[in-house]
Design a protein around this ligand. Structure first.
Ligand code: ZN
Length: 344
């Protein structure tokens, strides 16, 4: 009898563990760094499937059957992307999806809150390879409203952090410094509001200060890329007559090196819109192609004022009639027409 009761107890415990494991397996909660318990998000279930991976299997099947000729061409001839893209790791801002691009279009680096720091060998090596070897025409740094990394930079760090949280907190420190030092009115207001609260929560995606910080983080990143030695050397090579190694590799047949432009954009996760911050940088004396996305006026004005004092390479005024579409319609034909169709 005692043995039977013990068996029942063991069975109950085993069942409880099995149930608990199953529940966690299928609907695990994700705690967003810096968020309160009330902001915990629930992992999305994979719809209509018995396998967690089915959505990937189905997607890959459709993808590989869509344009096998393109895949073969890219394999045989290699990549020659016209764009380098630096964006956030956020699953909602996948560049291939947002711009509906084909393989071979965007040479990509993504990290939490789309940051660029010259002390980050990962990002710098991507930049170096994109500019000196692949010969990209445009470097796009794109932030996004509602960025979790930026939001976490607004509230004070947790009193105690584990290894995982500590790694993220260290990574977002540069954004935290922007938030603490920025004189932009929307950010100053938010900073005062956060200071006044005993237990501040991350602001809503629509909060003007939050949105401004997203934009300022992009502007800081564009400034750091423009100041990087990779770009400085490239601009110097163009100014000196296109005779350095990177320029020669890029021009292929010994022709002139081509200008590279750096752009700062922001993506709105709520409606899919891409906005131009109006802070594009290019080689001195070279007209910057017009970016065919709506400009964020306030940010553009502020950027124009600050660019005259902080930009390492003063940019020429954009020529209104010379749009990126016009330029790329010719230039990018040599790049095998991998531009998204809406650029033409
Ligand atoms: Zn983000």
């Amino acid at each position: 009898m005692v043995a039977f009761k013990l068996f029942l107890a063991l069975a109950a415990v085993t069942s409880a563990f099995a149930h608990d494991h199953s529940e966690r397996h299928h609907s695990r909660d994700l705690r967003i760094v810096g968020r309160k318990t009330s902001s915990i998000w629930r992992r999305q279930e994979v719809p209509g499937s018995g396998s967690e991976f089915q959505v990937l299997v189905d997607g890959n099947k459709a993808f590989k059957e869509a344009d096998p000729a393109l895949l073969k061409k890219l394999t045989d001839e290699g990549q020659e992307p016209p764009f380098m893209f630096l964006g956030c790791s956020d699953s909602r801002v996948s560049e291939g999806t947002v711009f509906r691009t084909q393989p071979g279009t965007l040479f990509t680096q993504r990290n939490i809150a789309n940051q660029y720091n010259p002390t980050d060998p990962n990002a710098q090596s991507v930049l170096a390879y994109a500019v000196a070897e692949l010969g990209v025409k445009h470097i796009i740094l794109m932030g996004h409203y509602g960025c979790g990394g930026v939001a976490a930079s607004i509230i004070p760090p947790p009193a105690s952090v584990d290894a995982a949280n500590g790694a993220v907190q260290a990574w977002i420190q540069p954004i935290r410094e922007i938030f603490q030092s920025s004189s932009r009115p929307e950010i100053v207001t938010l900073r005062e509001e956060i200071k006044a609260e005993a237990n501040p929560e991350e602001p809503d995606v629509t909060n003007p200060g939050f949105r401004a910080l997203v934009e300022e983080n992009v502007k800081a990143g564009v400034g750091r890329i423009a100041a990087d030695s990779v770009i400085a050397n490239h601009f110097a090579a163009i100014a000196a007559g296109n005779s350095t190694t990177g320029a020669e590799r890029r021009s292929g047949e010994g022709g002139p090196a081509e200008p590279v432009f750096i752009h700062g954009w922001v993506y709105d996760i709520a409606n899919g819109e891409v906005r131009d911050l109006g802070i594009s940088v290019g080689p001195p004396g070279v007209a910057i192609p017009q970016v065919p996305f709506a400009r964020i006026a306030a940010a553009a004005d502020k950027a124009a004022a600050s660019r005259s004092t902080s930009a390492p390479a003063p940019a020429a005024t954009a020529t209104p009639s010379e749009s990126v579409a016009v330029r790329c319609a010719e230039q990018c034909k040599t790049k095998r027409n991998f531009l998204p169709r809406n650029m033409y």
